[in-house]
Design a protein around this ligand. Structure first.
Ligand code: SAM
Ligand code: FES
Length: 345
């Protein structure tokens, strides 16, 4: 395993079966070696800086029915909400004052946010805060839509691929959703000049070490500017409620591997990681992650954007508590920085 790990650190590439072996045969020793190499790699590029993104959850209305997701359209127990353009812009204004220079607008696939409305919001945010980056995470849209939003000023787009195995994808999604379209969207975003983010849930139902190896190979080939991975956490009102959550251990292990696959990648220690363990985000950073995404949504909607059970949303993950987050990062030798935090390559 040691030889494989050194090969990965030097060539940033492994064969599919080697990625699988690295996961299957993992132990404390392999984890430590990967972690040390990942941290060293990240230090060389980003030092001890941790970038922050202000996350604004703009709507929990969604036309999709992803089997794992708490805000899927089939969940009748969700109290639905949608922020107004004015509310979204006010969140960004508040975030700017707090020192955020990247805003992520995320939501379900809510047809209210057509190109005109979303484009106007992006343009207004850019006009008010021209030194900020805007990331969209609004799901699958047409090429024309992505193109238009890019022309309005959107810089980055997060669209997790969810799994790079088509059969696995089909087990996690209803038949009207397609793996091919998800992948097509990612290629189009790239072609349009967005900084693109892919990613997947760790420990999602039906995931195997082989499908994880496929995810890693996909990341190696796609070289995403950003990569969001976090543990799957079941939601009580979804068909996948009885499946176990992904683990902190495997998530951190994969964060280290992904850092070594593509050293400059922007890698968040996600809210889901902070939800399964109170030290999750710190341990993510210590495994090679370099981004955190505190919540900037209005406090009264945060609980309604419940993708999984017990999502943390009122404590130190909140944007208003940037100082507490900074204290936590300082305790482990890192610091939160006010910067757009673009990829360095
Ligand atoms: N609608 C957009 C999309 O599909 O990309 C953005 C919102 S979607 C809720 C954001 C991400 O949440 C998904 O890509 C998925 O990986 C993650 N997610 C959904 N349900 C989850 C769960 N039960 N546990 C962990 N992550 C989950
Ligand atoms: Fe649409 Fe989760 S099913 S955001």
């Amino acid at each position: 395993m040691q030889a494989l790990i050194h090969k990965l650190a030097e060539t940033h590439s492994l064969e599919l079966n080697e990625y699988e072996a690295l996961i299957t045969n993992r132990n404390e020793e392999t984890a430590k070696l990967l972690r040390n190499l990942a941290v060293r790699t990240r230090l060389e590029i980003y030092g001890r800086d941790v970038f922050v993104r202000g996350l604004i959850e703009i709507s929990n209305i969604c036309k999709n029915d992803c089997l794992y997701c708490g805000i899927r359209r089939g969940n009748k127990n969700v109290e639905r909400y949608r922020l107004t353009p004015e509310q979204i812009i006010a969140c960004a204004d508040e975030g700017y004052e707090l020192g955020f220079r990247t805003f992520v607008l995320q939501g379900g696939e809510d047809s209210y946010f057509n190109d005109e409305i979303l484009g106007d919001i992006v343009r207004e945010m850019k006009a008010r805060h021209c030194d900020c980056a805007i990331t969209l995470s609004m799901g699958e849209r047409s090429y024309e839509s992505y193109k238009y939003l890019r022309s309005c000023g959107a810089d980055r787009y997060l669209l997790r691929h969810e799994t790079a195995d088509k059969t696995h994808y089909e087990k996690l999604h209803p038949s009207e959703m397609s793996y091919d379209n998800r992948m097509k969207c990612l290629r189009e975003l790239r072609e349009l000049g967005y900084h693109a983010g892919c990613g997947f849930m760790v420990g999602s139902p039906f995931q195997t070490n082989k499908t994880l190896a496929q995810d890693l190979k996909f990341i190696e080939n796609f070289r995403p500017e950003m990569c969001g991975i976090g543990p799957f956490i079941p939601h009580k009102d979804t068909p996948l409620r009885d499946y176990p959550a992904g683990t902190l251990e495997l998530t951190c292990y994969l964060l280290s591997i992904i850092r070594l696959i593509y050293p400059p990648v922007l890698l968040p220690a996600t809210t889901a990681l902070g939800t399964i363990n109170p030290m999750g985000r710190e341990l993510g950073i210590m495994s090679g992650a370099n981004v955190v995404m505190p919540n900037l949504s209005p406090v009264n909607v945060r609980k309604k954007y419940e993708l999984y059970d017990n999502k943390i949303c009122t404590g130190e993950e909140s944007a208003q508590c940037k100082d507490c987050l900074n204290n936590r990062m300082e305790k482990i030798g890192y610091k939160i920085v006010t910067a757009r935090g673009d990829i360095k390559r």
